[in-house]
Ligand binder design. Structure first.
Ligand SMILES: [Zn+2]
Length: 446
């Protein structure tokens, strides 16, 4: 009896503590806010966070003694970053994302059940430090890429229901699905309120896929395979004519679809084709010390280095294409393929993408929008019930990044966060460094 009472008391205490933790208020003072709702800065102000959400900007409320105050000392406070295409499945990789200012991630395929179930639940509870996690369930029409295969419409419908029941936010369609399977996936996804994202499906084509409601194209280069005319047989890597860019933009805009900008990813792939030395350099780069041993082995064995393909003209075309999309108002979201593609280290790769967008001619405002506000708009449109994120405004998730300089003027400041808040939980620079050190320690075999 006494034991039962004690157990009940412990449970009550735990619940009370959990509720208290959620009700915590944190105040940022002396911060220049870069809200990312429009291209502006709110100078030297106060931001109050309560219950993991932004409560107010510019109000100096009287708060109970002992309320934690973070003095920004004139630093810049902006929304946390979103990595909308990765293949992260481990706790250590979540640390890498967070330490790089990433507060939202979308795993675009091959997440483990343990990651989707346990790890994500641990992040929500606050037991595991990491970004907000969304996961896509990937399906294909044959096993050549190692994905789950669906062939019949019945299988397609069943897999949509199963993915939804298991907490996936998206169905990712892959290259070799049949047209019938794609149609059934799209129809069932619509009925179940789960969005379709992904690649060009050879048997369908991007124009029909977007018309059927596909919400997002997972890589810019999918337009090479599923929209632009095929290259001549004697020049397989020829880029499309720039004159066709307008057609692609018109298609995407007509359907309100989103496009994942992965310039850095494609550039990384292009750089290593037939060049084992490039992969060796990736493995020797400073951030490669954070890679898991398994990823190190996979990078060293990757197939790209074995065949020589010259993608340089396509790389250049992609940069022009992404700049044109940004100027035309196509909603771009930033991503890559970390850690699957050699050269793509989780967290660091997103900064590579922001830099690649900038060198493609996007303004800092355009590039940062693709890594903050637009991912928030994408999730708001596609995931029913998701919390609002991606701008600094009352009611939004308190996913915040404190940086030493105005990111709209000097985006390089993003690479060394002074602190990151995720769902109201604050990690200062020392905590972020400790996170990175912890990853290295666990990855070195004594
Ligand atoms: Zn991917």
């Amino acid at each position: 009896m006494r034991r039962t009472l004690r157990a009940l008391l412990t449970l009550w205490l735990m619940l009370a503590c959990a509720m208290l933790a959620r009700a915590e208020t944190v105040v940022f003072e002396n911060v220049n806010v870069v809200p990312m709702d429009s291209e502006r800065v709110i100078p030297r102000t106060t931001v109050i966070v309560t219950d993991g959400r932004i409560a107010s900007i510019g109000i100096r409320a009287k708060l109970p003694a002992g309320t934690p105050v973070i003095d920004g000392k004139g630093a810049w406070l902006m929304p946390g970053l979103a990595d909308m295409h990765n293949h992260v499945t481990s706790r250590d990789d979540l640390s890498l994302l967070l330490a790089n200012g990433v507060t939202t991630m979308l795993n675009m395929g091959e997440a483990t059940n343990a990651f989707v179930g346990r790890t994500r639940a641990g992040v929500v509870k606050g037991d595991i430090a990491g970004p907000q996690i969304f996961v896509a369930f990937v399906v294909d029409g044959d096993p050549q890429y190692g994905h789950l295969v669906v062939r019949t419409p019945d299988e397609a419908r069943a897999i949509v229901r199963l993915a939804k029941a298991n907490g996936y936010s998206f169905i990712k369609v892959y290259t070799n699905l049949s047209a019938e399977a794609f149609a059934a996936l799209a129809a069932e996804a619509k009925a179940q309120g789960i969005a379709i994202v992904g690649h060009n499906v050879k048997a369908v084509g991007l124009a029909k896929q977007l018309a059927a409601g596909q919400a997002m194209v997972a890589h810019v280069e999918e337009f090479f395979y599923g929209f632009f005319p095929e290259p001549p047989a004697d020049d397989q890597q020829a880029p499309p004519a720039d004159a066709r860019i307008a057609d692609a933009i018109a298609l995407v805009k007509a359907h309100g679809a989103f496009v994942t900008s992965d310039l850095f990813n494609y550039r990384t792939i292009a750089a290593q084709f037939g060049k084992p030395d490039v992969v060796k350099a990736y493995l020797a780069a400073p951030e490669a010390r954070y890679l898991s041993p398994g990823d190190r082995i996979d990078w060293a064995r990757s197939g790209y280095q074995k065949k020589a393909v010259d993608l340089s003209r396509r790389v250049a075309f992609e940069a022009r294409f992404v700049k044109a999309m940004a100027d035309a108002g196509v909603p771009l979201i930033a991503g890559g393929d970390a850690p699957t593609i050699p050269g793509q280290v989780p967290g660091f790769a997103l900064h590579g993408e922001i830099d690649a967008m900038l060198s493609a001619g996007l303004t800092p405002w355009q590039a940062l929008s693709a890594a903050t506000r637009t991912p928030g708009e994408f999730i708001a449109k596609t995931v029913p019930g998701a919390e609002k994120f991606g701008v600094v405004a009352p009611g939004y998730r308190a996913d915040l990044l404190l940086v030493a300089d105005n990111p709209l003027e000097r985006p390089a400041a993003l690479r060394s966060p002074m602190g990151v808040m995720v769902a109201g939980r604050w990690h200062d620079a020392a905590a972020l460094t400790a996170m990175l050190d912890g990853v290295v320690e666990r990855r070195v075999v004594p």
